[in-house]
Design a protein around this ligand. Structure first.
Ligand SMILES: *[C@@H]1O[C@H](CO)[C@@H](O)[C@H](O)[C@H]1NC(C)=O
Ligand SMILES: *[C@@H]1O[C@H](CO)[C@@H](O)[C@H](O)[C@H]1NC(C)=O
Ligand SMILES: *[C@@H]1O[C@H](CO)[C@@H](O)[C@H](O)[C@H]1NC(C)=O
Ligand SMILES: CC(=O)N[C@H]1CO[C@H](CO)[C@@H](O)[C@@H]1O
Length: 343
């Protein structure tokens, strides 16, 4: 009996060396900060929802296009997240109230994140919400995208303090490791975006080497893939070289992949048949059909060390019939296979 048991064990050890894959739905979403703050509670907003479905004749399509307070917008954000059930939800521009509202309303999710202004609760978070039934948190860390990466700080000449949140997870189903990086680059300074892109590419290499697993990057880059302001996109994807960075950081984060690691745009990595939804990810709060401000500046990317495959990619809606803009950005979603082999 003992021998047979040992043989079964030996077989399952051998079997676990075979690739075990998990399919994860992941999402990036710039929520737009709490620019019209109030103290209306979640319970009050929910109690104001109408149980009745309007008749067609009662509908007023897309009339409420101007920015609404977060207290209203959070309902649309939450309903859409609960519909899509992403395993990873990276949000940007979230003030502490927004993070706390989502933490309370998104059943089954936990989060990591800190306010970028003080590393605690001040300023906007680039927070990572994750489904706690699907992912186990291994570690979290934060880097400021500036000349002094380990302390809350602003890059010289940047409009705002900028941060990247790095979460290392294992999947509950298979134990595969996956690292998620969530960020929001400067809207004022191309130099700051290029420095941020350099740091994230370099830190991504370190995470890839240290975890021997896939690294996924989520964010509002304020950098386009084509046209103007492409510097950040070009550096993070390896079209251009990284800038010279803080030497403490480059020494701490040096790895075998420092020179070769780049990120791949998941839109390009997805078969054309499964790319769906919109092109633009930024819309602003304008009338339906006014596309003057539109652009693709929000991305999901995967490291070129592999361990992932993009099955689908979709830029979702932020403005529905009879509603209001949930944000001035659209949610970006992808179904990604992560694998224990191939990275
Ligand atoms: C609820 O919706 C119905 C049907 O659209 C409408 O007649 C009614 O005025 C609404 N009630 C409130 C409180 O908005
Ligand atoms: C590099 O970053 C470290 C950590 O934030 C900081 O202590 C150090 O002063 C920085 N070096 C330079 C030259 O700015
Ligand atoms: C598992 O994932 C790897 C890497 O993404 C991929 O190459 C492989 O085809 C997948 N295997 C299956 C059975 O889906
Ligand atoms: C050098 C270094 O920081 N190595 C880290 C690699 O990742 C593991 C967690 O998976 C850490 O424990 C190590 O410190």
């Amino acid at each position: 009996m003992l021998n047979r048991f040992a043989a079964v064990l030996a077989f399952s050890v051998a079997a676990s060396a075979v690739c075990v894959n998990d399919t994860l739905r992941v999402q990036s979403y710039n929520l737009r900060n709490d620019a019209i703050p109030n103290s209306i509670s979640v319970a009050t907003t929910i109690s104001g929802l109408n149980d009745t479905v309007p008749a067609d004749s009662e509908m007023s399509y897309y009339s409420l296009y101007a920015e609404q307070p977060w207290s209203t917008r959070r309902l649309s954000v939450v309903a859409q997240v609960m519909f899509h059930q992403p395993v990873v939800l990276c949000v940007q521009e979230a003030k502490v109230r927004q993070v706390q509202d989502l933490a309370g309303m998104l059943d089954g999710y936990e989060y990591i994140g800190v306010g970028r202004d003080d590393g605690k609760t001040a300023g906007e978070y680039s927070a990572i919400f994750y489904k706690s039934s699907a992912l186990n948190l291994v570690s979290e860390k934060y880097l400021w995208l500036s000349e002094t990466p380990y302390e809350p700080s602003k890059y010289l000449g940047a409009g705002s303090t900028r941060i990247v949140t790095i979460g290392r997870f294992t999947t509950a189903a298979s134990g595969n490791t996956v690292t998620a990086m969530c960020t929001h680059w400067d809207d004022k300074s191309e130099d700051a975006r290029e420095y941020a892109a350099s740091m994230i590419r370099y830190a991504g290499a370190y995470e890839a080497a240290n975890s021997s697993g896939p690294v996924l990057l989520f964010g509002d880059f304020n950098s386009h893939s084509s046209g103007t302001d492409t510097g950040g996109y070009e550096i993070v994807t390896g079209v251009s070289d990284m800038l010279t960075m803080n030497s403490t950081f480059t020494s701490d984060y040096a790895s075998d992949l420092s020179d070769s690691f780049v990120f791949e745009d998941l839109l390009l990595a997805t078969p054309p048949l499964y790319r769906s939804g919109h092109h633009a990810t930024f819309t602003g709060f304008y009338e339906a059909g006014d596309s003057d401000a539109f652009g693709r500046i929000d991305f999901i990317m995967g490291g070129n060390n592999g361990g992932w495959d993009a099955l689908t990619y979709r830029v979702e809606e932020n403005f529905f019939d009879g509603e209001y803009h949930a944000s001035d950005h659209r949610p970006v979603l992808s179904d990604v296979v992560v694998s224990s082999c191939g990275a």
